[in-house]
Each structure stands twice: as structure tokens, then as C-alpha cells.
Design a protein around this ligand. Structure first.
Ligand code: SF4
Length: 252
């Protein structure tokens, strides 16, 4: 069983496949919380802080998540969605942290179904969970967007960097890339040293940097600094198209 927060067809807004029409499955739950990303939200009138997908992270929202425990039924549902579209889009499995479910039978059956249809799948992950590629070999066929959290997430380093998880993905997956959300403050303080330390664990993977922020306004505060940072250090710049176009609207 896994939790599904939302599903929708849109355009991938960030990373290597920015701009590609994509079908999104957003799973519920995360092993991190990332209060440093500072998105404000309220639970029973009490203010809390988290990342821009707090609604897929905080279990206070669990009553809005759908339990997916019947792979066959969900595959039938996806087949109907694909028929409606009339083509096979790129799939993005995001969260929360989708790899919480890597060894869930239902989740794995759905991945297998999509791969059998020759659908490209990107998993967006914080790369803190070690995948057993031997037991679950289909994961070798996925694209992994490694969004490893930096100190601005305010998560302890021991929790946000798992060397074995990163190295295992880099060794086994057919494709992976790093993706770092940066603020101008972090660029001034420690971004380069932090990125170098993490990317040394998988030196052949491309590195994308993008502005942090949950709204257009927040992106504007950081985008120029990230742009210049990428030019200076030969990293790839990624925008966040969905926020740039739709601002804070979710599920578009
Ligand atoms: S790892 Fe990602 S989804 Fe989880 S809390 Fe941090 S930013 Fe949000």
C-alpha cells in the first residue's frame, strides 16, 4: 500500500526534463521535513513551516491522501487516463518521498506496468533511502532526479546525506542527475562547498541548480544569483516553470 496525494497531467517544471509533458503521481509522506524552506501553512490555526509540498509531507494531511492497495485497479485507472490522453507521456513520480515505497508490492507493480509500456519514468527523490536493485531490478530502468537537501533545509547533515543511497543509485540506475534548490543567501555562504562534497560521491552525474521558493516572488529573489552561480561553476541552470507560470497554484 502506498499513499497517493494527487495525480495530474502537466509539464515537468524543473530539472533535466524541464518542459516535457508529463503525468505526475505524487506520493504521500516523507522521511524529512525541511523547515528551512520556510513555507508557512496552518494546521488547526497553528502555524507550521515546511517545504513547498508540505501537503504531501505532513501526516496531518493524511485524511486527504488516497490509499492505493490494489495494483490491478490502479493500473486499469491509469490505462483509462492514457487512453484519454491518446499518447504515452513521460511519468514523474514525486512526493513527499516516493522511495519510501520502493519495496511496496503495489508500487512496484505499477512501475513495472509503466515500464512494460516503454514509458520513461523519473523518480524525484531526496536520495536518502538505499534501494535494493538486486531484488527490485526494474528500478535500474528509471531516471533518478537526486534532489539532495543542503544546509538551507535545516535538516541535520546525518539525515539529509546518505552516501550509500547516492552511490547505489549512481551505480545501478541507467540515468540520474543532481538537482539543488538554492537561495542567494546559501550561494554566499556555503552552496559550492556543499554541492562539491555531495557530487563527489557520483562525479559523473550532471548537476542542475534552481532557485528555491514556493511562489513567483520567492523565485525572483533568488533566480539571478543562481543563474550567475551556474555560469561561474559550469552547472546547469533549471528554472521552476510551474511556479513561474502558475505561482502558488497546486496540481497544474
Ligand atoms: S525531502 Fe523534499 S519533500 Fe521531503 S520535506 Fe524535504 S523538500 Fe519536502
Amino acid at each position: 500500500m502506498f499513499y497517493l496525494v494527487e495525480e495530474f497531467f502537466s509539464i515537468q517544471g524543473e530539472g533535466k526534463y524541464m518542459g516535457v509533458p508529463s503525468y505526475f503521481l505524487r506520493t504521500g509522506g516523507c522521511n524529512l521535513n525541511c523547515p528551512g524552506f520556510n513555507t508557512k501553512y496552518f494546521i488547526n490555526s497553528k502555524e507550521k513551516r515546511g517545504c513547498d509540498t508540505f501537503f504531501a509531507v505532513d501526516s496531518a494531511f493524511k485524511n486527504r491522501w488516497q490509499k492505493i492497495n490494489d495494483a490491478k485497479a490502479f493500473i486499469t485507472h491509469l490505462e483509462a487516463k492514457l487512453n484519454e490522453l491518446g499518447f504515452l507521456p513521460h511519468f514523474v513520480i514525486t512526493g513527499g518521498e516516493p522511495l519510501l515505497y520502493f519495496n511496496d508490492e503495489t508500487f512496484y507493480q505499477i512501475i513495472t506496468f509503466l515500464l512494460e509500456k516503454n514509458i520513461k519514468i523519473t523518480i524525484e527523490t531526496n536520495a536518502t533511502i538505499v534501494i535494493d536493485f538486486k531484488k527490485y531490478p526494474q528500478y535500474k530502468e528509471l531516471v533518478f532526479a537526486l534532489s539532495i537537501k543542503l544546509s538551507n533545509s535545516l535538516e541535520p547533515k546525518s539525515k539529509r546525506i546518505n552516501k550509500e543511497a547516492i552511490a547505489t543509485i549512481a551505480k545501478n540506475a541507467k540515468e540520474a542527475f543532481f538537482k539543488f534548490p538554492l537561495s542567494k543567501e546559501l550561494i554566499q555562504i556555503s552552496a559550492l562547498a556543499e554541492i562539491k562534497e555531495i557530487t563527489a560521491l557520483a562525479p559523473n552525474l550532471p548537476i542542475y541548480c534552481m532557485p528555491v521558493g514556493e511562489s513567483k516572488k520567492a523565485l525572483w529573489q533568488n533566480d539571478k544569483a543562481v543563474f550567475e552561480f551556474c555560469k561561474k561553476h559550469n552547472f546547469y541552470y533549471s528554472d521552476r516553470l510551474h511556479i513561474r507560470v502558475f505561482d502558488t497554484t497546486q496540481g497544474v
